[in-house]
Design a protein around this ligand. Structure first.
Ligand code: C2E
Ligand code: MG
Ligand code: MG
Ligand code: MG
Length: 287
């Protein structure tokens, strides 16, 4: 009986695996052509310096699949990475985001996420230099966001890469700080301009005293090292207020502005007092 059970289990497991693989295989196949079919596009989430200036936007990749609908990056980027497509997609994101930013007031920055594949390709600095040159955007308007996972391997090469980007005048942010390994040696050895504190720490930052101590320490640490700090995933006025009180330089999150489609950006930056103050009023109005 044990044998039969075992086989039954294996059969069920295999079917589930097969379905998953099939689905994945489908996504994988259609992802190959997504770029050329124009199914990939970017949304732009505002970065706000309290109390009320929009300082720039972060480009966030989306896939409008003809049958499935909009697929978030957390689903398809790992597939693109595994399939060797992320280098090319990443290059497209960079160029598209820079071209968009060129249509905005020149004080606004554009933040672009980099994937490990782009780092490992070995031609990242050339690609970036070429794109900003072709598009004609000022290097200091571009900010590249990387996570610690990008830095895990080939540390020496990575320091070189980041230093070269830094020399070009491009700014570099350490994304999702506080998750992964958060090795402090990264802060010592790599030239980051900004630390982005992961939403994990922001969710209960207005109420959790341990979390508050951690976030306060991260802010002090970053400032001590000459870096600015951005809080990710700010969803409430209580969180925003606490972070502002603690001298957090920049806020990002649905409370201040969800990721916007291109057509929405003009209105967003034109309207005065749109940011912390208005977000607060909207919240009051809503509830
Ligand atoms: P990330 O760079 O940390 O981006 C922030 C994510 O948090 C975005 O999810 C954003 O929509 C979401 N978010 C912002 N504010 C809030 C909030 O108040 N509440 C909640 N619950 N979520 C909020 P998204 O767009 O799904 O992106 C997820 C991740 O995918 C990004 O995390 C980034 O690591 C990656 N990604 C996105 N676009 C690209 C890209 O063009 N290239 C690469 N390599 N990675 C990308
Ligand atoms: Mg990011
Ligand atoms: Mg982030
Ligand atoms: Mg994050």
């Amino acid at each position: 009986a044990a044998k039969t059970d075992g086989r039954g289990c294996a059969r069920i497991f295999n079917r589930a695996m097969l379905l998953l693989l099939e689905h994945r295989e489908n996504l994988r196949r259609s992802l190959r052509t997504a770029l050329e079919r124009g199914e990939l596009y970017l949304e732009y989430q505002p970065l706000i310096r309290p109390p009320s200036s929009v300082i720039g936007f972060e480009a966030l990749l989306r896939w409008r699949h003809p049958e499935i609908g909009i697929i978030p990056p957390s689903v398809f980027i790992p597939i693109a990475e595994a399939d060797g497509l992320m280098d090319e997609i990443g290059r497209w994101v960079l160029e598209e985001a820079c071209r968009q930013a060129l249509t905005w007031p020149s004080s606004l920055t554009i933040a672009v996420n980099l994937s490990p594949a782009q780092f490992l390709s070995g031609s990242l600095t050339d690609t970036v230099a070429q794109i900003i040159d072709e598009v004609g955007i000022r290097a200091d308007r571009l900010e590249l966001e990387i996570t610690e996972t990008v830095l895990l391997e080939k540390t020496v090469d990575n320091i070189d890469t980041l230093n070269t980007l830094n020399v070009l005048g491009i700014r570099i942010s350490l994304d999702d700080f506080g998750t992964y390994y958060s090795s402090l040696s990264y802060l010592k050895n790599f030239p980051f301009d900004t630390l982005k504190i992961d939403q994990y720490f922001i969710t209960d930052v207005d109420t959790d005293s341990k979390g508050q101590t951690i976030v306060r320490s991260i802010i002090n640490l970053a400032h001590g090292l000459g870096m600015s700090v951005t809080a990710e995933g700010v969803e409430t006025w209580a969180q925003a207020r606490w972070l502002i009180k603690e001298n957090c330089d920049c806020l990002q999150g649905n409370f201040l502005g969800r990721p916007l489609e291109i057509e929405e950006i003009g209105d967003f930056i034109k309207r005065p007092a749109l940011t912390v103050g208005r977000a607060m009023e909207q919240t009051k109005g809503a509830g």
